[in-house]
Write a protein that binds this ligand. Structure first.
Ligand SMILES: Nc1ncnc2c1ncn2[C@@H]1O[C@H](COP(=O)(O)OP(=O)(O)OP(=O)(O)O)[C@@H](O)[C@H]1O
Ligand SMILES: [Mg+2]
Length: 250
């Protein structure tokens, strides 16, 4: 059976004033994939995610999320996507449990379901002991984990994770990677993961896209790209080697 395409862009372009942030970008992501969205600072990754979410309007080109156009169907698209942004904005005066309740209400979860899911999520991300604190005094890693807990509450079909392990300690990083693999495997969530930590991306991604200066210079299964760039039979490669090859060519 053909796997469904859940995200598709065609010649997608975003120009801020005179700055071309995303330049005729065409790529697709299939259901259930963990798609590694890689590229240097300023390549246009976050801008692309914002267009997929309908949070910023494309200058030209097409974008489809589950066959919907984000700017025309803002509510439906936002309902389907969980977004862990680069810089999380939280309601600083709430504690973690109150915050998750708020998210549950926004997503119209019935009260009976919400209570259990909130406790499960807090446990899953290791924040159960920290729920009396206001989010305003949370450390960066704690905020990051709370972001994942929000995702578990919402339980969307698609998740955009923009640098999910940035600022996490080593144990929390491993836990985060495990969590991402779990939601992908058990919940069949489609995940777009943007990261500069290539060894982590290599562990969990099925396919990757490398974006440089607003363009996707490569996309496909990691092994295939490695083979193309490092020669046939390259079984022992690191994603970093593959990435650097593309990067040096630009
Ligand atoms: N609101 C904005 N107004 C003007 N320029 C912007 C705006 N947002 C992004 N840009 C520019 O667009 C380009 C792409 O930025 P973007 O944040 O998408 O990169 P990125 O790939 O996410 O980088 P990083 O890896 O550092 O997060 C950059 O040159 C940036 O300065
Ligand atoms: Mg970014």
């Amino acid at each position: 059976m053909e796997t469904k395409t859940v995200i598709e862009t065609e010649e997608l372009t975003k120009i801020y004033n005179t700055q071309v942030a995303v330049d005729h970008l065409s790529f697709s992501v299939k259901q259930g994939e963990i798609f590694g969205f890689l590229g240097p600072n300023g390549a246009g990754k976050t801008t692309t995610l914002l267009m997929l979410l309908g949070l910023t309007e494309p200058s030209s080109g097409k974008v489809r999320v589950m066959d919907l156009e984000p700017v025309r169907n803002p509510i439906e698209v936002k309902r389907m996507i969980g977004y862990l942004p680069e810089n999380m904005g939280f309601y600083r005066d709430l504690n973690a449990r109150q915050m998750l309740k708020f998210v549950a209400d926004l997503n119209r979860l019935p009260m009976a379901v919400a209570g259990e899911r909130i406790e499960d999520a807090l446990k899953e991300v290791g924040l159960t002991e920290e729920t009396d604190k206001k989010i305003g005094v949370y450390s960066r890693g704690m905020r990051q984990r709370l972001g994942i807990a929000e995702l578990l509450i919402k339980d969307p079909e698609i998740a955009f994770l923009d640098e999910p392990t940035l600022g996490l300690d080593p144990a929390a990083t491993n836990r985060m990677i495990e969590l991402i693999q779990n939601v992908s495997g058990e919940k069949k969530m489609t995940i777009i993961l943007s990261s500069h930590f290539l060894h982590q991306a290599q562990k969990i991604c099925n396919r990757i896209g490398i974006m440089i200066k607003g363009q996707m210079v490569a996309q496909g299964p990691m092994d295939r790209l490695a083979e193309e760039k490092l020669g046939i039979g390259a079984k022992e490669y690191t994603l970093e080697e593959v990435y650097m090859k593309y990067f040096m060519e630009e």
